[in-house]
Design a protein around this ligand. Structure first.
Ligand code: 2BA
Length: 109
């Protein structure tokens, strides 16, 4: 068994959640926050047999979209006055970030 940790954008999470249910894939959905943009995203924890990893990755790939987002960097008071550092910058987010982690033991009591 492996644990897939998949970080997806909130806009893609509902569809992916439904895809998991339709395909009998057990998942736990967590509300998380991106460390860089400090905006909400969704993290799925999926315990799955090794032979189904590709199936899960395909579902994640199909439902996760790349989007452009804007973020305003924090103002640096030490910077020179003509600095453009407080202007919004465009950041590309997604599709999905996925970690595949070995599972030593799995119990359900
Ligand atoms: P955030 O940390 O909010 O990052 C959002 C997007 O901002 C990232 O998209 C990336 O394009 C950009 N970004 C992140 N850190 C940056 C930096 N230091 N300088 C410039 N641009 C930066 P994604 O790479 O698609 O990541 C989407 C979300 O996935 C991240 O949200 C974070 O929650 C998670 N994530 C990505 N890589 C991760 C990693 N190695 N470990 C843990 N979480 C990760």
């Amino acid at each position: 068994m492996k644990l897939l940790i998949a970080i997806v954008q909130d806009k893609d999470a509902s569809r992916l959640s439904n895809d998991f249910i339709e395909n009998d894939i057990r998942a736990t959905r967590l509300s998380t926050t991106g460390g860089f943009l400090k905006s909400g995203n969704t993290t799925f924890m999926i315990g799955i047999d090794e032979e189904r990893i590709d199936e899960v990755l395909s579902l994640i790939r199909e439902s996760s979209h790349t989007r452009q987002q804007f973020m305003t960097p924090p103002v640096n008071l030490d910077a020179q006055l003509d600095s453009t550092s407080s202007y919004p910058i465009e950041v590309q987010v997604g599709g999905a970030t996925v970690f595949v982690v070995p599972v030593e033991q799995f119990h359900q009591f």
